[in-house]
Design a protein around this ligand. Structure first.
Ligand SMILES: CC(C)(COP(=O)(O)OP(=O)(O)OC[C@H]1O[C@@H](n2cnc3c(N)ncnc32)[C@H](O)[C@@H]1OP(=O)(O)O)[C@@H](O)C(=O)NCCC(=O)NCCS
Length: 128
């Protein structure tokens, strides 16, 4: 496989990419209709982050999309959604965090998130 340069990175090899799009109203409906869903899918820090936002479902939705995108990028590695989380640096840039037995992979994942009124989209790249 040829080496590929990712913007902001040098001499990295892309091992996998993933993308996911989600309707905001879908995640809103699931959260409203299933009390256990939030705690099963989102970490306490993610919940605190989203609840502090005016349009919280956009932030929940994009995190859900990010988890799915990361699963796609990593391929068949089995990871629970709750073991994948997104944290934001001081400038807002999102970073992936993994917990559990796959934690060491988090340094090899980069994500980009975007959301608007109706949709949220996330892209993940798994590199080394
Ligand atoms: C960072 C920036 C690109 C976000 O763009 P946006 O259109 O407001 O927001 P989007 O819906 O596309 O994306 C939001 C997500 O971007 C991510 N994000 C925020 N800051 C980021 C940064 N510095 N780098 C990368 N990603 C960032 C976050 O994950 C955020 O979602 P979250 O809060 O749920 O985690 C934008 O705020 C910015 O700083 N642009 C620079 C250019 C500029 O200043 N333009 C204004 C004049 S036109």
């Amino acid at each position: 496989m040829n080496e590929t340069v990712v913007e902001g990175y040098s001499n990295v090899k892309i091992l996998g990419t993933g993308i996911d799009i989600i309707e905001i109203k879908r995640i809103k409906k699931v959260i409203a209709g299933n009390k256990g869903f939030l705690r099963r899918v989102f970490t306490a820090r993610e919940i605190t982050y989203c609840e502090g936002k005016a349009n919280k479902y956009q932030h929940y939705a994009v995190r859900f999309a990010a988890k799915e995108a990361i699963l796609k990028a990593l391929g068949s590695k089995s990871i629970a959604l709750i073991d994948i989380s997104i944290r934001n640096l001081d400038n807002g840039k999102p970073e992936a965090e993994l917990s559990g037995k796959r934690k060491k992979l988090e340094k090899n994942i980069t994500v980009s998130l975007s959301h608007c009124k109706e949709y949220a989209v996330a892209q993940a790249i798994y590199f080394k």
